[in-house]
Design a binder for this molecule. Structure first.
Ligand SMILES: Nc1ncnc2c1ncn2[C@@H]1O[C@H](COP(=O)(O)OP(=O)(O)OP(=O)(O)O)[C@@H](O)[C@H]1O
Length: 295
């Protein structure tokens, strides 16, 4: 079992933005979902774990090794799919993956050929191996991104907002690929898409304004809200009045009608119906309450 331990981690950028504020979190094998709105600090946390930037305070250890003191230990065991992969050179997917493998230190020709071919097959890109990645669709690029992250048999894989812009079929394919790899390693999925976490993750945390607002097992976090989520269809023009009177956590359109979900430990008023909490309720309730977890 691998263990990533994050203790009291803070990061303030030179411009004064406090992107991470005293984060403590322990992550073990499986898919871990890190949810938060834009600017919450997810990418800052991912880059710090990947040792691409140093924290201002706090410590980070991987399987007992202090990775701030010995960053090469995590670098050798890390696969990273960043939010922006940059520009792809106009060479074939096979050649590019082979090149990245050399950069990762896989120098034995036979081993490298085996790994590159196996990963192209695993990510369903073998048939397209002679095509340039710059001509790939968004979904194919993301699968290529996973292939490069898996080179060298990592124990920790970080994927930052991987499904943004993918169509439902590609997203599904990408999800299956991620869940297949997460059995023997830690996979951290950083996203603002609640469904990605709901579909894939055994553990999760929610960040807001650089702070860790909650963490736990998705089903347990949903159970904790049982009896507190109420639903009602309203006229759109009445929305401001409902927002004034109740804690409206979400507004959804369904067949052109406005539906609201309200957080309350009792029936807010006649016409509301109690519903089973979903992960979006956990997410929005957490962001509205904004009480960081204390350790
Ligand atoms: N290199 C940097 N220098 C200064 N400020 C930064 C830097 N990188 C991020 N920030 C700021 O830190 C805060 C957290 O940003 P970060 O990118 O970590 O959040 P995020 O949750 O990943 O959001 P997004 O999904 O938009 O990437 C934001 O206010 C952002 O503007």
């Amino acid at each position: 079992m691998n263990e990533l331990k994050i203790t009291n981690l803070s990061k303030t950028y030179p411009n004064g933005v406090k992107a991470l504020d005293d984060i403590s979190l322990t992550i073990t094998n499986g898919m871990f979902g890190l949810l938060g709105p834009n600017g919450a600090g997810k990418s800052s946390l991912m880059r710090t774990i990947a040792t691409l930037q140093e924290p201002s305070k706090g410590s980070l250890s991987f399987n007992g090794t202090d990775i701030l003191k010995e960053p090469q230990i995590i670098r050798a065991q890390l696969g990273y799919l960043p939010q922006e992969f940059g520009v792809y050179p106009k060479i074939s997917a096979y050649k590019l993956l082979d090149h990245i493998a050399i950069l990762k230190g896989i120098l034995n020709n036979k081993d490298r050929k085996e790994q590159v071919e196996a990963l192209l097959i695993q990510t369903n890109l073998y048939a397209q191996r002679k095509k340039s990645v710059s001509n790939f669709s968004g979904g194919m690029r993301q699968r290529f991104g996973i292939a490069q992250a898996l080179l060298g048999d990592p124990k920790l894989v970080i994927v930052d907002e991987p499904t943004a812009g993918l169509d439902p079929e590609e997203r599904n394919r990408f999800h299956n690929l991620l869940s297949d790899i997460a059995t023997n390693m830690i996979v951290i999925l950083s996203t603002h898409i609640v469904e990605d976490v709901r579909d894939l993750c055994t553990h999760m945390a929610i960040m807001g304004d650089g702070q860790l607002l909650t963490q736990g097992i998705p089903s347990q976090l949903m159970d904790e809200l049982k009896g507190n989520i109420w639903h009602r269809t309203i006229n759109k023009k009445d929305l401001p009045a409902f927002q004034k009177a109740f804690k409206v956590i979400a507004t959804r359109l369904f067949s052109g009608k406005t539906q609201i979900r309200v957080l309350s430990d009792h029936c807010p008023e006649r016409g509301f119906e109690m519903v089973d909490p979903d992960l979006e309720d956990v997410y929005f309730t957490t962001l509205i309450n904004r009480q960081p977890v204390t350790h």
